[in-house]
Design a protein around this ligand. Structure first.
Ligand SMILES: *Cc1c(COP(=O)(O)O)cnc(C)c1O
Length: 370
C-alpha cells in the first residue's frame, strides 16, 4: 500500500488511501485478487515454523486496500467481514463474557436479536435509553462492556458519545460503537476512547446498494508494539469462523468509498432541507432528525396503513429496506415483526440519497397528500 502524508482531510483520504505503491507502470487501483492460496514463504520462525499463513481465509490484498481506506478514516486498523452482522457478531463474541453488557433499548433490530441470544445464553444485559446519559452512566457500574449505536436505527436517538465513552473508559468498561449511521466523516469513536468500531459497509461506506460487507476498526497498532488486543482477537475470529468478504465485494466497496465524501455532502444537504420542510407538513406529526447526517425518520399523522400508502405512493423514493446508497429509500419499519414495539407504527425511515432535492420533495409531498 502506498504511504500517505499524515493529517490529510477525509475528502482526500477516501480518494487516496488503499492504492498500490507508486512504481512506474504499476496500476493505480488494487487488483481483484482471486486466489485462495499463496506460494509459501520460506519458513523463518523458530524451529522452521512458517510465520505467514498464506491462505485466502486469513488475508487478501483487495481486502487490505479497503481496510486501509476505512482504517485511515476511522483512525485505526480495519478488518473487513462478509456483512455488517458478521462484523457485529465477531465483536460481540470477542468481548469479555464475564459481566453485564450495557446495550441500547432499540438498536438495529438484528443486532438486538443477537444481543437477545447472548442474554438467553446467560449474560446480563442492561438495556438503556442511549439519550438518557445519566441512566447510561448508572448502568456502567459493574458492567464489563457497552454496545452503542448513535444515531440509533430507526429512532434516530443520539448518544452523548464523548461523555459516555469517557465514563466507560474510566471504569474499564469495553466500548463498542456501531458507526454505520453517522459514518467516520461525522464522528470517530476511537479518538473518543472507544475500543471497537463496527460498520455495515453495505451502507454509506460502499454507497451503491450493490454489495454486503462489514468492518471492524480498532486502535492502530505500532510496528514496535504488540498489535491491539481487540484487533488480534477479531482477526483470529475472522480467520477461524470464516465470515470473510469476497475480493470482488471488497473491490467494489473500495470503488464506492472513493466518492463517500461527495455523496455524503450532497445527501446531508438534501436531508437538512427535507427535514426542514417535513417539519411544516400537515401530514407529518413528528420529524426525527439529529440536525446532521443523511438519515431521518418521520411519523405520519395517521395509521400504519396510511404510512404504508405514503411509501408505496412514491415514484422517486424507492420503497425498500437498507440505507446509505445513492438512491433515496423509504420504509415503514414496523412492517418487520422483529422491530421493537418502541418504534411507532406510523414511522417511516428515510435514507436520503443524492438526487435533486426538489424532485425528492415533490415526490414525498405528493405521496403524503395522497
Ligand atoms: C444494516 C445495519 C447493520 C447490519 O449490516 P449488514 O451489512 O446488513 O449485515 C448493522 N447496524 C446498522 C446500524 C445497520 O444499519
Amino acid at each position: 500500500m502506498t504511504d500517505l502524508p499524515p493529517d490529510l482531510a477525509p475528502a482526500t483520504v477516501v480518494v487516496a488511501a488503499g492504492r498500490p505503491p507508486r512504481s512506474p507502470g504499476a496500476p493505480i487501483n488494487p487488483p481483484i485478487e482471486l486466489s485462495s492460496t499463496y506460494a509459501a514463504h520460506p519458513a523463518t520462525g523458530p524451529d522452521g515454523v512458517a510465520l505467514n499463513l498464506g491462505y485466502g481465509r486469513a488475508s487478501n490484498a483487495t481486502w487490505a486496500a479497503f481496510e486501509a481506506a476505512v482504517g485511515t478514516l476511522e483512525g485505526g486498523d480495519a478488518l473487513c467481514f462478509a456483512s455488517g452482522m458478521a462484523a457485529i457478531s465477531a465483536a460481540l463474541t470477542v468481548l469479555p463474557a464475564d459481566g453485564p453488557l450495557v446495550a441500547p433499548l432499540t438498536p438495529y433490530n438484528t443486532s438486538g436479536a443477537l444481543i437477545g441470544e447472548v442474554e438467553a445464553a446467560g449474560r446480563e444485559i442492561r438495556r438503556v435509553d442511549v439519550e438518557d446519559t445519566v441512566a447510561v452512566i448508572a448502568a456502567l457500574h459493574g458492567a464489563r462492556a457497552i454496545w452503542l449505536e448513535s444515531p440509533t436505527n430507526p429512532l434516530m436517538q443520539v448518544a452523548d458519545l464523548p461523555v459516555i465513552i469517557a465514563e466507560a473508559a474510566a471504569r474499564g468498561v469495553v466500548v463498542v460503537v456501531d458507526n454505520t449511521f453517522a459514518t467516520p466523516l461525522v464522528q470517530q469513536p476511537l479518538a473518543l476512547g472507544a475500543d471497537i468500531v463496527v460498520h455495515s459497509a453495505t451502507k454509506y461506506l460502499s454507497g451503491h446498494s450493490d454489495l454486503l460487507m462489514g468492518v471492524t476498526v480498532t486502535r492502530a497498532g505500532t510496528p514496535d508494539a504488540a498489535p491491539d488486543r481487540w484487533y488480534a482477537a477479531l482477526l483470529a475470529h475472522r480467520t477461524r469462523h470464516g465470515a470473510i468478504a469476497g475480493p470482488f465485494e471488497a473491490w467494489l466497496a473500495l470503488r464506492g468509498i472513493r466518492t463517500l465524501h461527495v455523496r455524503h455532502e450532497r445527501a446531508c444537504a438534501n436531508a437538512a432541507e427535507l427535514a426542514r420542510r417535513l417539519g411544516e407538513h400537515p401530514s407529518v406529526s413528528r420529524v426525527r432528525y439529529p440536525g446532521w447526517g443523511a438519515m431521518l425518520a418521520i411519523e405520519v399523522a395517521g395509521s400504519a396503513l396510511d404510512a404504508e400508502r405514503v411509501a408505496s405512493a412514491c415514484q422517486v423514493w424507492l420503497g425498500a429496506t437498507s440505507l446509505g446508497g445513492v438512491e433515496s429509500l423509504i420504509e415503514r419499519r414496523r412492517r418487520y415483526p422483529g422491530e421493537s414495539v418502541l418504534v411507532p407504527e406510523s414511522l417511516l425511515r428515510l435514507s436520503v440519497g443524492i438526487e435533486d432535492v426538489e424532485d425528492l420533495w415533490r415526490d414525498l409531498d405528493h405521496a403524503l397528500r395522497a
